[in-house]
Design a protein around this ligand. Structure first.
Ligand SMILES: Cc1cc2nc3c(=O)[nH]c(=O)nc-3n(C[C@H](O)[C@H](O)[C@H](O)COP(=O)(O)OP(=O)(O)OC[C@H]3O[C@@H](n4cnc5c(N)ncnc54)[C@H](O)[C@@H]3O)c2cc1C
Length: 409
């Protein structure tokens, strides 16, 4: 999708991205229909990801991982999304547990003692992933305004000797029942204190802890393999070493490293590419198991493919720039571009899938082919908090017109 020479990637980056693509093409593409039909989690794919070393893609090399930074991870995730949306989206939740606590946290302010403690703790989590293939998830959403960044998380952690007691509920918790650790955002609230976003904790809670349960059904329109059910935490004791970030650091990250919320988009860039790939193959008569459909000679088909190619290039260019420049303390222009990239990827992926269906026609939409699944999966991108398509529009408009703290008379 992103030719290393054209996009100026180095050899190491190209190697990791190629590994992700080859694995997804060879193993994940053929299995994608099964997870979608059954709405079951792609556990088999996770065994492959572990074997290939890709569960630890963003874990620092010193901890046995591949040391991939933000851009490399994003490009590898797009390649996986091209072949299986649900695997790419859930892999994102897993990898971000390491990307945020790893290279991203290294960009943030901590005193020496805090940093040393953070490195000691994250090494425990990284070892589980690299050696045992442990899977991490990121259940943040609660159904209120917290996941959009408006208020403190309602899931609360009360400090006790040696850790916390956690109580709360998370909705749409991808990997429910399959992750070994749930990377929960919650608010640390001591007796008599008021909840504050500044006191957000990021805790990896073992799925086996007493008081953790998974409830509710899972039968959605798309991204069915993510198994995003509801998690309940009832008086769960969580030890201190579960903290993926020290006190105050998640809040600092959300303020100073906003591209952390763009990490759901690579999956959808992959889906956008998949719609285009399918259309070209279909019109060229190259879809395996289908008789050639002789339509490519019609000017309407050629124009539709040209429109798709232009849309895809626009989407990829905006997004590539945003993931390439992601850093701590970005400029206002970079933040606006990140929102624009998220909006373009999330809405664009579904627009491309819709165009692909219209262009290829009825036979292309049968459940025996991947296009209708891509269409359904891509519909989910614009809903992902905290940067839903609506919230991106809202923020771009406001932040372009007002400087921080500026008010009307
Ligand atoms: C397949 C799938 C997998 C998911 N996996 C995870 C996961 O692993 N972890 C996780 O934490 N979440 C996950 N989510 C949840 C997702 O990020 C959202 O939290 C969820 O879709 C929100 O649903 P809601 O109806 O409660 O949205 P609401 O919060 O009710 O929002 C509805 C719409 O209103 C708009 N809106 C919300 N707040 C504001 C505001 N302040 N101002 C203006 N407009 C606003 C938004 O555009 C939003 O689309 C997943 C969702 C899906 C579909």
């Amino acid at each position: 999708m992103f030719d290393p020479k054209a996009y100026r990637l180095d050899e190491e980056q190209a190697g990791l991205i190629t590994k992700a693509r080859e694995l997804a093409q060879a193993n994940f593409a053929g299995r994608a229909a099964k997870w979608d039909t059954e709405a079951t989690f792609p556990l088999e794919n996770y065994k492959d990801l572990h074997k290939a070393g890709l569960l630890g893609i963003s874990i620092p090399k010193a901890n046995g991982g591949s040391g991939a930074g933000y851009q490399t991870y994003s490009l590898a995730a797009a390649e996986i999304g091209r072949y299986c949306g649900a695997t790419a989206l859930t892999w994102n939740m897993h990898v971000c547990s390491t990307l945020w606590s790893g290279p991203l946290a290294d960009d943030l302010d901590m005193d020496d003692q805090m940093r040393a403690e953070q490195h000691r703790r994250r090494a425990i989590h990284y070892k589980r992933i690299v050696e045992d293939g442990a899977i991490y998830s990121q259940p943040f959403s609660e159904g209120g305004a917290a996941a959009a960044g408006g208020v403190a998380f309602g899931t609360e952690a009360r400090p006790v000797k040696g850790g916390w007691i956690v109580n709360g509920k998370k909705i749409f918790a991808s990997l429910s029942g399959f992750a070994d650790y749930y990377g929960v955002l919650c608010t640390e609230v001591a007796e008599g204190e008021k909840a504050s976003r500044r006191n957000t904790l990021y805790l990896a809670i073992s799925a086996k802890s007493e008081g953790v349960s998974v409830v509710g059904d899972w039968d959605p329109l798309g991204m069915r393999g993510t198994v995003s059910r509801t998690l309940i935490f009832k008086d769960v004791f969580v030890p201190e070493d579960a903290a993926l970030m020290p006190r105050g650091v998640y809040f600092q990250a959300a303020m100073r490293w906003p591209h952390m919320f763009l990490t759901l988009s690579p999956t959808y860039v992959g889906l956008a590419q998949a719609s285009y790939d399918f259309t070209v193959k279909y019109l060229r008569g190259e879809i395996p198991g289908m008789p050639p459909v002789k339509r490519r000679m019609y000017p309407t088909k050629q124009i539709a493919v040209a429109q798709m190619q232009i849309k895809l290039e626009q989407l990829k260019s905006t997004w590539f720039q945003a993931v390439t420049e992601a850093c701590a303390n970005p400029s206002k222009e970079q933040v606006l571009r990140a929102y624009a990239a998220q909006y373009t990827a999330m809405e664009g992926a579904n627009e491309l899938a819709a165009l692909a269906i219209r262009t290829c026609g009825g036979q292309a939409m049968l459940k025996t082919l991947p296009l209708e699944r891509i269409y359904r999966d891509s519909r989910c991108g614009a809903l992902m908090l905290p940067w839903t398509a609506e919230l991106c529009l809202d923020r771009i408009g406001r932040e372009a017109l007002y400087e921080a703290g500026e008010k009307d008379e």
